[in-house]
Design a protein around this ligand. Structure first.
Ligand SMILES: NC(=O)c1ccc[n+]([C@@H]2O[C@H](COP(=O)([O-])OP(=O)(O)OC[C@H]3O[C@@H](n4cnc5c(N)ncnc54)[C@H](OP(=O)(O)O)[C@@H]3O)[C@@H](O)[C@H]2O)c1
Length: 311
C-alpha cells in the first residue's frame, strides 16, 4: 500500500504476533478472531480455544448477540483481561436520539468489562448522516474518558470518511471493511492509508461468499482459487493461511472467524512465512470489484430494521 501507511504504522513482531500501531499509538494484534454468526452456545468455547492458541484480539459487536459469551470466554481462558484486546461495535439502532451511550454501556455490561480496547460504529447511515456523526461524538467522549482505548468505523467508504472528518475531531483509528482476494476494496484501502487509518479486513478469507453464495462472477470460494492453492502448495501452508498472510504482508489487520478448533489453530499459524511481492500482486489481481456483502451506501435503520435489545 501507499508508503504513507508504512511511515505512519509501525509493524513489529512480539511473541509470534505481529502488532500494528494505530494512529493514536495503541499497538494491537494485526490478526484477530471474529465471532460474527457464532452462536452464543458456541462462542465461549471458540473464544477460549482462540485465546489458548495465541489470539489476543477478539472482534464482536452488539448486533452479533454474543458479547456476554465473548466476555465469558475471555474470563475462562485464564489470560488476564489486560492481555486481551476486546473490539466491539455500536449498532445503527443506537445511533439516534441520544441512545449511543445506552448502547455503549450495554456492551460493557454484556462483555463484563470496564473498558473496550477498540470500539467502532458498525456501519455508516449515509441517508441519516447526522445520526452517524452524533454516535461518533459519543465514541470521542468515551475515548476521552478512558472507557475506550481506540475508536473507529466499519463499512465506511472514502466519501463517508470525508463527511465524518468534516464534523468530528478524532480521526478514526480503524476502518473495518469487507476485504478478501475477490474484493480488495482498493479505493477504501487507499483512503484509509492516506488518512492514517488501519484497514481491518472482514471476511478476510472470503467467508461471505460461502455463507452468502452468489452466481455473480467472482462469487466462488477463494480458498479453491488456483493462485491461492498454488501458493499454499509452494509454502506447505493451507489456502486460508496464504490469504491471511497476504493481509498481514500488506499491513492490514484480519479477523478470521471459525467455530472449528482445527481451523482456529490453523488460522493463527501464519507467522512462519511471508509472500513475495509478485505473489502479493498475483493475489491482488484476483479482485473482481464486486462485494459479497451489502452496499454501505444503502445502509440505514429502514433497510436494516434489526434493533439491539439493551435491556
Ligand atoms: N463489520 C462488519 O460489518 C462485519 C461483517 C462481517 C464480518 N465481520 C467480522 O469479520 C469476521 C470474519 O468474517 P466472516 O465470518 O464473514 O468470514 P471469514 O472469516 O472470511 O470466513 C469464515 C468462514 O470460513 C470458515 N473457515 C474458517 N477458517 C477456515 C479455514 N482455515 N479453512 C476453510 N474454511 C474456514 C468458517 O467456518 P467454521 O466457522 O464452520 O469453521 C466460516 O464459514 C467476523 O466474524 C466478524 O468479526 C464484520
Amino acid at each position: 500500500m501507499a508508503s504513507q501507511f508504512d511511515e505512519r504504522h509501525m509493524i513489529m513482531a512480539t511473541t509470534g504476533q505481529t502488532r500494528v500501531t494505530l494512529n493514536n499509538g495503541l499497538a494491537i494484534p494485526a490478526l484477530g478472531f471474529g465471532v460474527f454468526q457464532t452462536t452464543p452456545e458456541d462462542t465461549v468455547a471458540a473464544v477460549t480455544v482462540a485465546i489458548g492458541d495465541g489470539y489476543r484480539l477478539i472482534d464482536t459487536a452488539a448486533s452479533y448477540g454474543n458479547e456476554r459469551e465473548v466476555g465469558e470466554g475471555i474470563r475462562s481462558s485464564g489470560v488476564d483481561r489486560d492481555q486481551i484486546f476486546v473490539e466491539s461495535k455500536l449498532w445503527i439502532s443506537d445511533y439516534a436520539d441520544g441512545k449511543a451511550e445506552v448502547g455503549f454501556d450495554a456492551s460493557l455490561r454484556r462483555l463484563g468489562v470496564d473498558y473496550v480496547d477498540v470500539y467502532l460504529l458498525h456501519q455508516p447511515t449515509p441517508a441519516d448522516f447526522d445520526d452517524t456523526i452524533a454516535a461518533y461524538r459519543l465514541l470521542e467522549r468515551k475515548l476521552a474518558d478512558g472507557e475506550v482505548r481506540a475508536i473507529g468505523v466499519s463499512n465506511f467508504s472514502p466519501d463517508h470518511l470525508t463527511r465524518l472528518l468534516d464534523k468530528v475531531d478524532v480521526v478514526p483509528a480503524v476502518n473495518q471493511v469487507e476485504l478478501h482476494p475477490y474484493f480488495t476494496n482498493a479505493t477504501v484501502q487507499h483512503a484509509d492509508a492516506t488518512l492514517g487509518i488501519l484497514t481491518q479486513a472482514w471476511s478476510p478469507i472470503g467467508g461471505i461468499h460461502r455463507y452468502r453464495p452468489t452466481d455473480a462472477p467472482g462469487g466462488g470460494n477463494v480458498l479453491e482459487n488456483p493462485v491461492i492453492t498454488g501458493l499454499a502448495a509452494k509454502y506447505g501452508k493451507t489456502p486460508a493461511q496464504v490469504v491471511l498472510r497476504w493481509h498481514l504482508d500488506q499491513g492490514r489487520s484480519a479477523l478470521p472467524k471459525s467455530v472449528t478448533p482445527s481451523r482456529i489453530t490453523e488460522n493463527v499459524d501464519v507467522f512462519d512465512f511471508t509472500l513475495l511481492p509478485e505473489e502479493l500482486a498475483a493475489i491482488d489481481a484476483l479482485d473482481t470489484g464486486l462485494r459479497g456483502g451489502p452496499d454501505p451506501e444503502l445502509l440505514n435503520t429502514r433497510s436494516f430494521p434489526k434493533a439491539v435489545d439493551n435491556s
